[in-house]
Unconditional design. Structure first.
Length: 194
């Protein structure tokens, strides 16, 4: 009996072959980005990026939340250094939001968003509905896996420029004009390192 085997694809991003999947991931990317930008301005209006506002919020999580004790220690450290932690959190939220909306450096940005939102989710255990941040946490992880910047994002232009550069490099290499070290797959297929 033989079992079917999957052949590796020459295309590292399957989203290009599935435009509806790419559009779905782009919608998730735009939604998470808009959420982070919205939260930034909401928190700014509430004064939560000031040292006293930030320390008060974190202290509320420590006093009323159900985060693990070790995480409460991390939160207490952040509250004690609120003059640095508050603006850092604000900068993180607005930066992640804008970069996700633009679709720029989507995979690494989504990975940071995943870790950031997961830390907020753990911090809010017992103080908020558990699904409130869990869905955006997992949605951010899906952006890491899916390469959502390739649809409606700056990443698509960067990928096209990189692929165009690889085509020129391959032609120059064949002509003996240059010897760049890009990865080569199979019989003459060049892959983008991005």
């Amino acid at each position: 009996m033989t079992t079917p085997t999957m052949q590796p694809s020459d295309n590292p991003s399957q989203v290009a072959d599935q435009p509806h999947a790419g559009m779905g991931l782009a919608l998730v990317r735009l939604t998470i980005g808009a959420m982070l930008v919205w939260v930034f301005f909401e928190n700014l209006g509430k004064g939560l990026y000031t040292p006293s506002g930030y320390a008060g919020l974190i202290q509320d999580y420590i006093d009323n939340g159900h985060a693990p004790a070790v995480w409460k220690t991390v939160m207490a450290f952040a509250a004690a250094h609120a003059s640095m932690a508050a603006p850092l959190q604000g900068f993180t939220e607005i930066s992640l939001g804008v970069l996700l909306i633009l679709g720029l450096l989507t995979r690494p940005v989504a990975l940071v968003a995943f870790a950031f939102l997961a830390s907020l989710w753990v911090s809010e255990w017992g103080t908020a509905w558990i699904w409130e941040l869990l869905v955006p946490v997992l949605a951010s992880l899906s952006l890491v896996v899916g390469g959502a910047g390739r649809t409606w994002g700056v990443d698509s232009f960067l990928a096209q420029a990189a692929i165009g550069s690889l085509v020129v490099t391959k032609r120059r290499s064949r002509a003996g004009l240059s010897n760049h070290s890009y990865s080569q797959r199979g019989s003459g297929d060049w892959s983008c390192p991005c």
